[in-house]
Unconditional design. Structure first.
Length: 260
């Protein structure tokens, strides 16, 4: 059997409510030449069963994992070590791709062979799938220097497999900022292209890694940027400072009920 053109890695951990939508978004792709590396990272809900059901119906879904929890960074690195595609991407198991995502990103990379990676814009959705608005990160113009202070190469990304392997792929030691760390290393060796088209649906939900581990994400991202500063030989002249941006949330107050 000929290898697929695109390999998409999907770590799965307790996302049974959202997983079918993520997997259905792959089935809906206008480019059908893909494989999905479904890594069950020790789920305790029905996620593993859902993934197995999809794999039984379509051989493009490959089940991976040993039933234990390794964390997203290790899951991505291990899954993509088994990828057969010429282009590599990732999809979170609670997010979704637009139907033209793979075709549009492939067209960008194939039209510009020097690019090591391409990325698109994205929209944010709520737990019910309603669109909240455009994702702000990918609206910032890309530059390798700008990437040191802002993660604008957010979603959706497609990377040439040879470029991914040349920079060492995902680093399990860069947990909570493994995608940012990879993009920094890619930006130091390859041109990066931006497609100004929303191709990814990023779900905002309570209990997600990005919400529950925000401080660890900030610290890991800062460490990744510091490593990049040293690799680029800029640490003798420049220094990074850690900035924390507060985001205020307005919620209704709980109303006390008088005792009878």
């Amino acid at each position: 059997m000929a290898p697929p053109l695109v390999s998409i890695a999907m770590p799965i951990f307790n996302t049974e409510r959202f997983l079918p939508a993520a997997l259905d978004s792959l089935l809906a792709q206008t480019c059908s030449d893909w494989e999905a590396l479904l890594w069950d990272d020790g789920s305790s809900d029905g996620s593993a069963r859902i993934a197995a059901d999809y794999a039984a119906r379509d051989p493009r879904f490959r089940l991976l994992g040993d039933g234990r929890n390794h964390g997203q960074a290790a899951a991505l690195a291990t899954a993509l070590a088994q990828a057969r595609g010429a282009y590599l991407g990732t999809l979170d198991s609670d997010d979704a791709l637009e139907p033209q995502a793979l075709a549009a990103m492939l067209a960008l990379l194939q039209a510009q062979p020097a690019l090591g990676m391409g990325y698109s814009q994205y929209v944010e959705i709520d737990e019910a799938g309603n669109v909240l608005g455009p994702g702000r990160r990918s609206l910032t113009p890309y530059s390798p220097a700008g990437l040191l202070v802002e993660f604008m190469t957010f979603q959706f990304r497609l990377v040439r497999a040879d470029a991914y392997r040349a920079v060492g792929g995902f680093d399990p030691a860069a947990a909570y900022a493994e995608d940012y760390d990879l993009c920094l290393r890619l930006s130091e060796r390859y041109p990066v292209g931006h497609l100004p088209q929303p191709l990814y649906r990023y779900r905002i939900r309570r209990g997600s890694i990005s919400q529950s581990s925000r401080l660890r994400q900030v610290q890991a991202s800062f460490a990744a940027a510091q490593r990049a500063l040293r690799r680029r030989g800029l640490d003798r002249e420049q220094a990074l400072s850690l900035g924390l941006r507060a985001r205020h949330v307005l919620r209704p107050k709980a109303i006390a009920v008088p005792a009878p």
